[in-house]
Write a protein that binds this ligand. Structure first.
Ligand code: PLP
Length: 382
């Protein structure tokens, strides 16, 4: 039995409340808060559908993505239209995107997977020219002050859920640039929390911080909960963010924005060495100057067999390495039969079979890094 296990993702929550107005945290952007990232996505899609005014709205999304995107689209009664990823990249394939855009496309959702940038000037141009709205899902990205300045006419969606760059275990938001005229329904009024909910939340955060420590996290495997299990869950209602949790947002946002990426150079070097053996370093490819804070380090293995072999070995060693969603959206467990078949998305399919994510949080110690490097450097099947 192993009494130590790294979690794949996520940082401890800073248990400090602040009186700062949470709307000011994202200045100069305008912000609306929601109950979750999925609820924020649903609100952004609803706003795009209303502005676009087509009776049978379609929403474009990547064929490899979090199933919450489909939940948010179906919640609005719109049709999800999948587009393949660009070969060996996290971003949408632009020729495939052009093929799928029609006068019914109310919005295009792009996802900053692992915190890597997914929006390029070309993509913006294609979406603008089509008359659709751009929804930029930044649930996995850190909304640093520099990133806020890059927001143009898109709606940026954030999640503050478990394992996200800014986590308060609850809530989500939509950000817009200060001169974006897009109107969103006002967020529900934020109530003053009672002292009992304050105490409960504080205890919850401290317990969470304890649970994610490597010497406690191994216990998760023995609890009757499915952490990291990816399946479709319908969105039943939206609603507002917890006012209690919101008091912790400012300080956690500040910490996330100033977080050092201690392991980034090390993994980039490892990726460079592995590229000779057929590995693809997605992070170095999409963000060579290390301008974005990563939630996980991501690479594509030379083949599915090698990826699966490494996953198995590293799971036994408790190293927090994962294959993330495991499948393209049409093949996700419990997914309703409303999506185009996976065979139409060869790049997303290959991506899902070769993807390996490596933890980059502060509990990854030098011993774990050495073991990860050794296992990955031995890329032959044994
Ligand atoms: C890319 C992406 N978008 C949206 C969501 C949904 O966020 P939430 O869990 O806060 O509903 C997630 C959650 O994991 C996500 O990874």
């Amino acid at each position: 039995m192993r009494f130590k296990q790294l979690r794949p993702v996520g940082h401890p929550i800073i248990c400090q409340r602040s009186n700062q107005n949470p709307a000011e945290c994202f200045s100069p952007c305008k912000v609306n808060f929601y109950a979750s990232g999925t609820a924020a996505l649903a609100a952004a899609i609803s706003a795009a559908i209303t502005a676009h005014q087509n009776a049978r709205p379609e929403i474009i999304l990547p064929a490899y993505a979090c199933p919450s995107l489909v939940s948010a689209i179906l919640f609005n009664g719109a049709k999800p239209v999948l587009v393949d990823l660009a070969p060996k990249q996290i971003s949408l394939d632009l020729p495939a995107l052009k093929n799928q855009l029609t006068e019914r496309t109310a919005a295009v959702i792009t996802v900053d997977l692992f915190g890597l940038p997914s929006v390029t000037p070309q993509l913006r141009e294609i979406v603008r020219a089509s008359g659709a709205y751009l929804i930029h899902d930044c649930a996995q990205a850190t909304p640093s002050p520099t990133r806020l300045t890059t927001i143009e006419d898109e709606l940026v969606v954030l999640s503050f859920g478990r394992g996200k760059p800014v986590s308060i275990l609850n809530g989500g938001a939509i950000l817009r640039s200060p001169n974006n005229p897009f109107s969103l329904p006002a967020s529900p009024a934020i109530q003053i929390p009672s002292w009992t909910t304050n105490v409960q939340t504080n205890i919850k955060y401290r317990l969470y911080n304890l649970m994610i420590k490597p010497h406690v996290y191994w216990l998760i495997d023995y609890l009757p909960i499915n952490v990291g299990d990816t399946r479709f869950n319908p969105l039943k209602k939206t609603g507002g963010i917890s006012p209690t949790a919101l008091q912790y947002l400012a300080i956690n946002l500040h910490h996330a924005s100033t977080r050092e990426q201690r392991l980034r150079n090390h993994y980039a070097q490892l990726g460079g060495t592995l590229s000779g053996q057929g590995w693809i370093d997605l992070c170095q490819g999409a963000d060579p100057l290390h301008q974005n804070t990563l939630l996980r380090y991501a690479m594509l293995a030379p083949s599915q067999a090698i990826r699966d072999d490494h996953l198995l070995k590293m799971a036994k060693l408790g190293l927090g390495v994962t294959s993330l969603y495991q499948h393209p959206l049409p093949d996700i467990a419990d997914m309703p039969n409303v999506l185009q078949p996976t065979t139409r998305f060869p790049n997303a399919s290959t991506f899902s079979k070769r993807l390996l994510t490596i933890p980059i949080h502060d509990h990854v110690d030098s011993g774990s890094i050495n073991t990860i490097s050794k296992v990955l450097s031995y890329s032959q099947l044994t």
